[in-house]
Write a protein that binds this ligand. Structure first.
Ligand code: MIG
Length: 663
């Protein structure tokens, strides 16, 4: 937790499920022992501690203390000089994200839980009825049979039929998978795990057990390849039903109670059964306890590893097993995995969400710095529970959070059991309209966003960035935690407080143009910017291009798509990437990369449009280029050397051509 600038903080790398996110909270779900030193007029330098064991960081102004509970520590110093170079080099070592399935960039709806097939279908149908774009619906723990992982419970009597009904209306289904396996001699997954001795042990060689949702559980030892293979094949029952994505939760790993704790809380809980209403109370009985020495893992050579040395890669190894499951049961298709815990490099296998926040304004704002921090650490595909997980959301908060969530790489609304519902329509028509407007904008920006994901795949530079990426020599930008950049050219200034219709916005180097009205703002100034409830301030960097398409109910709803290229300024260059969004063909050249360039002089504009790479049939057909703030007197427009037609529509100069006009 806390701001992007970590000076004055102490941080611990021990993957932990710590659900009450206070500003000083540490440790959290994910451990990436990496930080970047940045000061004006000096090269940025990254430090990566290559140990999966527990490590501790104390960051003062001029002293950085690093302690690692390990022998033979490797520390890498990674020279920039630019901050993005540091991240490119770092992700060159630990890995970068693959291209995600295109649908995973769409809006996603979740809730703990949509617990029957009818309830889930109703939510999906309502999205379509109200024309709120949405691609994904999540099934939280209640789809299972008594929380037994890799089963379907009685509320989903025909999962295959359910998933295919969802598919018919353009929805993908993602199911949660927790690592705890219920100890139950009549349960196939426990039995098959047991038959290969799959579970972690305590130091006396007995199976380590702990209580999670299903009751008493054992935990797979993902260190062993054969255990990972067993885990991969256990996914068959989900993929057979047509599930398209997996959601890994509780994989720090988290247990709700140890056996000893269970004895103590039995009286709070009643008959030793888990009652969610009493959970908070029971959990509070225990401070964080460290079982690092008591649990033993074994690798394939029989070597014993104390838990503390491998805890931080437990989720990472689970992610490897899950990605193998995708290869087995959805060959040739891109995997989609969402995870809570992880280690440096987790982005190769999974998107990361920031866990159990609350429906508080403070958390809406706090999520900006958290996701920026993940991005600086190499994880590009990040997002938060839009609307807040714990506690009751409200219309204004959900509207503001959705406006902001549009510009987080991962965009999912999720909330906890026992809280008020927070689907887009939950707070009445006025709020629903605002939410719909912004989810629709997300889909209109798909061409732009997909291209940004491709850059993250290519060079590891985060999609969501702090303002100091624009000018790392300006220390004023180091402390801005309530504005952020999406890619190279969008600056987002969300409203993070209730009943607030304006805010001050710091405009960094360059000139930036308000997307709502074309107003131009000058560099290194603070402006008072209006933002009524149905508007979030978005600024576009001068001389850049924003790529849009028509609204759609879900990604690739239509075979062919129109492309809009909005040109902010009188010159510039922009790139657009596209591929089939589904298969791995892009790795073999199955993609298109277009370059748009604009130059201008007294007489008019000169445009060039090139296909830098053409390896995919493509969905874009017609192109409209919109010149925002074009001078009225423009008469002459050339595209690739030939005169083209142009006209004014209000203040916007429009030029039309087609994809086939590319040279
Ligand atoms: O401690 O599966 O962060 O998203 O809804 C609760 C139930 C366990 C924690 C996850 C949350 C999910 C919830 N899980």
């Amino acid at each position: 937790m806390g701001y992007v600038d970590k000076r004055g903080r102490e941080m611990m790398m021990v993957n932990t499920d710590n659900p009450l996110h206070t500003p000083d909270l540490d440790p959290m779900y994910i451990s990436i022992p990496f930080f970047i030193l940045l000061s004006p007029k000096k090269p940025a330098i990254g430090f990566f501690i290559n140990s999966t064991s527990y490590s501790f960081f104390k960051i003062n102004d001029d002293t950085y203390t690093i302690s690692v509970k390990d022998e033979g520590i490797e520390i890498y110093a990674i020279y920039g000089p630019k901050i993005d170079d540091v991240i490119t080099h770092f992700t060159g070592m630990v890995g970068r994200m693959e291209m995600p399935p295109a649908w995973s960039i769409g809006y996603q709806q979740s809730r703990w839980s949509y617990s029957t097939d009818e309830e889930a279908l109703d939510v999906a149908r309502r999205m379509r009825k109200d024309s709120i774009p949405c691609d994904v619906l999540y099934l939280d723990i209640d789809y299972m049979d008594g929380y037994r992982v890799f089963t379907w419970g009685k509320n989903f009597p025909d999962p295959k039929k359910f998933v295919s009904e969802m598919k018919e209306i353009g929805f993908k289904v993602v199911t949660i998978v927790d690592p705890g396996v219920k100890i139950d001699e009549n349960y196939a997954v426990y039995k098959s795990g047991k038959s290969i001795d799959a579970f972690v042990k305590d130091r006396y060689g007995k199976e380590f057990t702990g209580y999670v949702w299903p009751g008493k559980c054992s935990f797979p030892d993902f260190l062993r390849p054969d255990v990972r293979e067993w885990w991969s094949t256990s996914h068959k029952v989900l993929f057979d039903a047509g599930v398209e994505g997996i959601w890994n939760d509780m994989n720090e790993p988290a247990i709700v109670w140890t056996d000893a704790q269970m004895d103590k809380v039995k009286n709070i809980l009643g008959k030793g059964e888990i009652n969610f209403q009493l959970l908070g109370e029971a959990k509070a009985v225990f401070a964080q306890e460290d079982h690092g020495d008591e649990i033993i893992h074994k690798d394939e050579n029989g070597e014993r590893w104390p838990h503390y040395k491998v805890r931080n890669i437990y989720a990472y190894l689970e992610a490897i097993a899950t990605s193998r499951a995708f290869e087995l049961y959805r060959p040739g298709k891109r995997p989609f995995l969402l995870t809570r815990a992880g280690f440096a490099g987790i982005q190769k296998y999974a998107a990361v969400w920031t866990g159990d926040n609350s429906s508080w304004w403070e958390h809406l704002e706090a999520e900006i710095a958290i996701s920026i921090g993940l991005g600086l650490s190499g994880v590009s595909f990040t997002g938060t529970d839009v609307g807040g997980f714990g506690g009751n959301s409200n219309g204004e908060l959900l509207a503001r959070w959705t406006e902001m969530g549009v510009f987080f790489p991962f965009f999912r609304n999720h909330s906890a059991i026992g809280t008020v519902h927070q689907e887009p329509w939950a707070f009445g028509e006025k709020i629903e309209k605002i939410i719909k407007k912004y989810i629709t904008l997300r889909y209109e920006l798909f061409p732009h966003m997909y291209t940004a994901f491709h850059s993250a795949h290519e060079n590891g530079v985060p999609i969501m960035r702090p303002l100091f990426f624009i000018d790392q020599d300006n220390p004023d930008l180091y402390s801005i935690n309530d504005e952020f950049l999406f890619g190279d050219s969008l600056l987002i200034a969300p409203i993070t407080k209730p009943n607030t219709m304006w805010r001050s916005v710091y405009i960094p180097k360059g000139r930036w143009i308000d997307m709502r009205n074309g107003k131009i703002y000058e560099e290194d100034h603070v402006y008072k910017i209006d933002a009524p409830l149905d508007e979030i301030p978005i600024f576009v960097k001068e001389n850049s291009m924003i790529f849009r398409t028509d609204p759609m109910n879900y990604i690739f709803e239509k075979e062919k798509m129109t492309l809009y290229v909005d040109v902010y300024g009188q010159e510039g260059r922009g790139y657009l990437y596209e591929d089939d969004g589904e298969t791995l063909e892009y790795k073999k050249g199955g993609y298109n990369l277009y370059e748009f360039a604009v130059g201008s002089d007294m007489k008019g504009y000169t445009l060039s449009f090139k296909a830098k790479h053409h390896g995919y049939a493509g969905r874009y057909e017609k192109i409209t280029m919109n010149f925002i703030n074009a001078p009225r007197k423009i008469a002459n427009i050339n595209l690739n050397g030939k005169k083209v037609n142009a006209y004014f529509d209000g203040n916007i100069l429009k030029v039309e051509f087609e994809i086939k006009d590319a040279t």
